[in-house]
Design a protein around this ligand. Structure first.
Ligand code: ADP
Ligand code: MG
Length: 436
């Protein structure tokens, strides 16, 4: 399908030639097709809003092309540009941008008035769209009389007044609490899926990407990665089935799991010892032996049929397995809740997982670090971010939005979480040993 918006090698500077010059967009190339719901995603200051303004025709690139429906936006006459802005796109802002001195109804009809649509038609269309967004009864009030969530719905109504095929949303949920934020995301999803609107949403919050089809990751003015999402990415369980399907399709799940865990736990030990552990582990995972027996056979000399580990090591592994089985059960419960309601907050559950994750480490973390860790644990559980993103954010400095942990610690924590989630988590060692 033909792209409705296409950018070719777009560069943009603020204060070009001055000491304060900022190279805000660097060689940006992208294509957006009709009906797509895409996002520009990245940390604050990476150029998301600038990119949106370029697409909106508010800013002109210093070099490169912006092509709208096959035509060069730079070559539009001022009249064509005005029409594009009035009926080609609708914009939603983080701070709603409603005109405070006029009523909500007039805020919604204004874009139609600019187009010269008759008052009667304006009224009819504004009523319709406001009713659909659940703000019809707020028509005669002023923006300041409304909650943030209500203001955002009025502003969405305004952006849709002229029925544009494309909606541009700049951090539309940035000023909303989670209930209203979810409500706005549902509205965007509906206008995308039911009305076929193309949507470009700018965000720095990974969880808000749950409904988008395609993510343009941005950093320092450049697009660093493009990720396409399948039909449904709301709650994709990562769960233990992964081993089964991906690593050992021929084995039953528990067998596959025991194989992977054994080589992970006894990394560096001989194949014989790993095989033994695998054998007892599968019994323990099946509940055929209890923890004490499991500990004993780990400790028993190899010649006598055990794994032949030191006492301390045997105890550590038994404790570790006991914990992970417990966490897995909790994770099961958590996924059940998520399946029922993908937006369940799950603070307590995530808190527990976080405590377990940090259990082996002595370092103290600040409340800010704890909050970020909680956020990304949740995002990882919802499978919104990949193991490598999780690890990167753990390691990223605090002032760049990361958790600020040392690289070794962040690798270990990622590995621990992935063990629980049942994925190899990019640890080649597992696949290597497993295939040996
Ligand atoms: P984002 O929306 O991702 O937070 P922006 O597009 O707003 O990022 O900003 C990209 C870069 O351009 C940042 O370094 C920002 O400081 C700079 N910038 C944004 N607006 C202006 C402006 N009006 N004048 C100068 N620099 C700006
Ligand atoms: Mg911005």
């Amino acid at each position: 399908m033909e792209a409705i918006i296409k950018l070719e090698n777009v560069n943009f500077y603020y204060d070009k030639g001055k000491p304060t010059e900022v190279h805000a967009l660097k060689d940006v190339n992208l294509e957006i097709k009709a009906g797509e719901y895409i996002s520009f995603f990245g940390p604050s200051g990476c150029g998301k809003s600038t990119l949106l303004y370029i697409i909106a025709g508010v800013e002109r690139p210093d070099s490169g092309k912006v092509i709208v429906n096959g035509q060069d936006l730079m070559k539009f006459s001022s009249r064509e540009l005005a029409i594009y802005r009035q009926i080609g796109i609708g914009i939603i802002f983080q701070n709603f941008n409603l005109i405070p001195s006029i009523k909500n109804f007039d805020n919604v009809t204004l874009p139609m008035a600019f187009l010269g649509i008759s008052p009667k038609k304006r009224e009819q269309r504004a009523s319709e769209i406001m009713a659909r967004l659940g703000v019809a009864e707020l028509m005669d009030r002023y923006p300041f009389e409304l909650s943030g969530g209500q203001q955002q719905r009025v502003s969405i109504a305004r952006s849709l007044a002229n029925n544009p095929p494309v909606i541009l949303a700049d951090e539309p949920i940035g000023n909303l609490d989670s209930v209203n934020a979810n409500n706005v995301l549902d509205i965007l999803k509906e206008f995308n899926q039911r009305d076929g609107k193309s949507i470009i949403m700018v965000t720095h919050e990974a969880w808000s990407l749950k409904d988008v089809n395609k993510i343009f990751y941005m950093r320092d003015g450049a697009i660093t990665k493009i990720e396409e999402k399948g039909e449904k990415m709301a709650v994709k369980k990562v769960g233990a089935g992964y081993y089964h399907k991906n690593l050992f399709p021929e084995l039953p799940v528990i067998e596959a799991r025991a194989k992977v865990m054994a080589s992970l736990i006894l990394r560096g030990y001989s194949q014989e010892e790993i095989k033994r552990l695998e054998y007892f582990l599968s019994h323990y995972l099946r509940n055929q032996i209890d923890k004490e027996t499991f500990r004993m056979v780990l400790d028993r000399p190899y010649k006598e049929g055990g794994v032949g580990l030191w006492k301390q090591r045997a105890k550590k592994i038994a404790d570790y397995m006991e914990n992970i089985i417990k966490e897995e059960k909790e994770l099961e419960v958590l996924y059940k809740k998520l399946e029922r309601d993908p937006e369940t907050p799950l603070y307590e559950e995530v808190e527990k997982i976080q405590r377990w994750l940090l259990g082996d480490f002595t370092m103290k973390i600040t409340p800010l670090q704890a909050r970020r860790l909680n956020e990304i644990v949740m995002e990882r559980i919802r499978n919104i971010i990949l193991p490598e993103h999780f690890q990167k954010i753990l390691n990223l400095p605090k002032d760049e939005g990361g958790v600020g942990l040392k690289i070794r610690t962040s690798l270990k924590i990622t590995e621990k979480l992935e063990t629980l989630l049942g994925r190899e988590g990019g640890i080649e060692a597992i696949t290597k040993t497993a295939n040996a």
